[in-house]
Design a binder for this molecule. Structure first.
Ligand SMILES: C[S@@+](CC[C@H](N)C(=O)[O-])C[C@H]1O[C@@H](n2cnc3c(N)ncnc32)[C@H](O)[C@@H]1O
Length: 300
């Protein structure tokens, strides 16, 4: 195995094919993607534009009316495109910098723009960086951004505090940062299963850095955080034959084919917890789980 990395396909995190199946199935069970995109379309652009406009009126911008946008870990740009579409309807000049390590994701993002048929979107000047935020932070550049957007990416950062400090330093006066991440305590089934050390055999998969708000505040930032209520349909979890139920179980535990491979005692404890948890409830014959997202807004 010299020079090779040993990959254990038993874990969801190292089995990309399986993770893709899990995620596609998860998307059909939760309203979280729809809710986040609605927020990005109907609420957030007003907040960012109001802050930017205040800046312009005070004559402090120094950017000749250009609105600078930074997308971090944008993936295929699903939510970035929603925000940028609304911003582009109302602002004459937008320059968007996207920093995303996956070339495939960047290609998807570019296709989404060209296939959108949206003229306003085509006018945005994009700069693409195939880079992690850590690599981007080392690149010399002097742009200050009026909007910085991160969705589902905090968990990938090696040092959240360092990234927070950097993002705040490149935020323009009266700029706005939006971070969308997993909500915590009693509002999110994944948080409940992964974090309180309830199931030691479940490895932490997607970090939920509860220190991120404190980290911004330490750097003098004005931060507000609120929960976006989202629901996950867990009805199929209890059906051993259900493909979507089994994939959801894999997502929760991080183990491929968990139902078949996990010790029965572990499964019993997990199902007991899920059934009795304050984050599960029954409605119209369905077994539902809370799956809230946390919206963190930082303004200068
Ligand atoms: C869960 S996806 C979220 C994608 C997108 N923001 C969304 O909400 O659909 C996480 C993204 O972060 C990217 N990523 C991973 N590590 C990163 C890092 N250190 N810096 C920036 N982006 C990173 C991945 O390539 C991936 O596209």
């Amino acid at each position: 195995m010299d020079g090779e990395t040993r990959v254990d396909l038993h874990y969801v995190s190292s089995n990309h094919q399986h993770y893709k199946r899990i995620y596609e199935s998860y998307e059909t069970l939760t309203d979280r993607f729809e809710k986040v995109n609605r927020y990005c379309s109907e609420t957030f652009p007003d907040i960012a534009i109001e802050n930017f406009t205040r800046n312009q009126q005070r004559g402090e911008t120094g950017h000749q009316g250009v609105f600078h946008y930074l997308g971090v870990g944008s993936g295929s740009g699903d939510s970035d495109v929603v925000i940028l579409t609304q911003l582009a309807k109302r602002l004459p000049r937008i320059e968007a910098t996207i920093t995303e390590p996956s070339d495939k994701m960047i290609a998807n993002f570019k296709s989404a723009i060209s296939e959108s048929g949206n003229d306003a979107l085509q006018k945005i000047k994009f700069t693409w960086n195939q880079a992690t935020i850590e690599e981007y932070m080392k690149m010399p550049q002097d742009t200050k951004f009026h909007c910085i957007f991160l969705c589902g990416v905090l968990a990938y950062f090696k040092d959240v505090d360092q990234v927070v400090q950097y993002l705040y330093s490149v935020l323009a006066e009266n700029g706005t940062i939006l971070i969308v991440t997993e909500a915590g305590n009693e509002t999110n089934i994944f948080y409940e299963v992964w974090y309180p050390g309830r199931f030691p055999s479940i490895k932490e998969q997607t970090g939920i850095p509860d220190n991120v708000i404190a980290s911004f505040e330490r750097h003098g930032a004005k931060v507000t955080a609120s929960n976006l209520k989202c629901i996950l349909d867990g009805s199929t979890l209890f059906d051993e034959e259900s493909e979507s139920g089994n994939l959801l179980l894999d997502l929760m535990t991080g183990v491929v084919d968990c139902r078949k491979t996990a010790p029965p005692e572990f499964l019993r404890q997990l199902f007991d917890f899920i059934s009795d948890s304050s984050v599960s409830f029954k409605q119209e014959g369905k077994f539902l789980l809370k799956n809230d997202r946390l919206l963190i807004i930082v303004q200068k």
